[in-house]
Design a protein around this ligand. Structure first.
Ligand code: X6L
Ligand code: MG
Ligand code: MG
Length: 173
């Protein structure tokens, strides 16, 4: 398990929590991907296309022997086993799995861009990612500073804490 990757999960259709837990089991049930850590789960306002239900979002850290393309293919396969249909762009989905980071690598091909090109603009990705304390040195300092000076938790409320306890109150910034 020589490689470390961070994967973002999102769901806003069906049983959102069960969908995410099922995805984690499928992803890490195969011996070639090991779950290292998982963030709290956040309930988040939809962005991009706003006329849809609230999302649950979280980020997991895994170690793996798979290369980034194999890992991406595994993610896409799990999305389809959970019934993901691509109808409306940015629309509702049973499960979304986005490969955010793979070691410190910069990959830019037609199939895959890592680090995920839009992650710094998305609080529903950055709040759980920063909770896991990844090394963010792959980004230039200016972009990180610019992100941190905005309201990073807007539209992002804790839903299930990492320690397991349910909450219904949003946490402050
Ligand atoms: C202007 C234009 C501003 C487009 C933002 C942001 C588009 C995010 C797409 C955007 C823009 C996205 C999730 C979501 C989606 C999710 C929450 C996307 C792709 N996925 N909203 N919207 N959680 N809360 O996982 O991320 S669609
Ligand atoms: Mg996504
Ligand atoms: Mg995706």
């Amino acid at each position: 398990m020589e490689n470390t990757a961070f994967i973002a999960l999102g769901s806003n259709m069906g049983n959102r929590y069960d969908n995410m837990m099922s995805a984690i089991s499928q992803l890490t049930g195969n011996k070639d991907i090991q779950l290292e850590n998982g963030s709290s789960i956040y309930e988040t306002d939809p962005v991009g296309y706003e006329d849809q239900d609230l999302f649950l979002n979280m980020v997991i850290k895994v170690t793996t022997d798979l290369n980034p393309y194999q890992l991406l293919d595994r993610c896409l396969l799990i999305e389809s086993t959970l019934g993901r249909k691509r109808e409306i762009r940015w629309g509702p989905r049973t499960l979304d799995l986005d490969l955010l980071l793979y070691n410190q690598e910069n990959i830019e091909t037609e199939k895959l861009i890592v680090p995920h090109p839009r992650m710094l603009e998305r609080a529903f990705v950055m709040v759980p990612l920063l909770e896991l304390n990844p090394d963010l040195r792959m980004f230039d300092e200016e972009r990180i500073t610019a992100w941190l000076t905005r309201l990073p938790k807007e539209g992002v409320r804790i839903w299930k804490r990492k320690n397991g306890e349910d909450v219904s109150e949003p946490i402050g910034n």
